[in-house]
Design a protein around this ligand. Sequence first.
Ligand SMILES: [Zn+2]
Length: 250
Amino acid sequence: MAYEKVTGIVIRYVNYRDNDRILTIFTEEKGRVDAKARGCRRPKSPLLPCAQPFVFGEFQLYAGKERYTIDQCDVRESFYPLREDVERLAAGYAMLALTQTVIQQNQSNPGMFSALYHALSFLCYGDTHAVDMVICFIVRFLETNGVCPALTTCACCGESLLGARESRFSVIAGGAVCLACAAEGNALFVELLSLEAMRRMRRLADADMGRVKLPPAVRRELLRLLTAYMEYTLDKPLPALRTLENAGDI
Ligand SMILES: [Zn+2]
């Protein structure tokens, strides 16, 4: 039987039959892989530790008629401390939910993989605010998937926004817009500081994501704005992000 080894992060699972789960794994090599973890819900199953969201590990798979089955898994990191902090756990689930919207079978996405791995690491072991980490992850997500909003020039007319005293943001136009263009359509107020924060996060190396520290007003504004932008761009509701917006401590 031909085995394949992949390295990946478990994004979600669905229970299957009495003791099995089907895992969705975001792998470095092949993008999305759906694989059966047979017997993993039995207490002594060797697959029990790997059949959980967030687990990062090396999976040995074999291809069946319909889908892969996991033969062995070597867990390298379970990000276990996330489970002990409700806010960080919700932030982590939001990252997994966003990842799930873009990963494709047989299509690796190294930028996305690196952003997710680093964001989960900082969320779990760093002291960055959980919502700041999600915001930074969203900006990296948009950048690496080629759908980053306009941030330095008006999304409508192309005029530079760098010297502007005020700015607006239009989800439909695709980012920041100048005041003249904002007058013509549905644009939201955006603080200049929020635009500058997004510009910086866009250029950040993934290994520096843990340095992000947003003022509370910017954090609230960007979460609201980016949630609206993501829902429009991906054309689907994102309840995992809405949950963060409604949480108390942001
Ligand atoms: Zn304009």
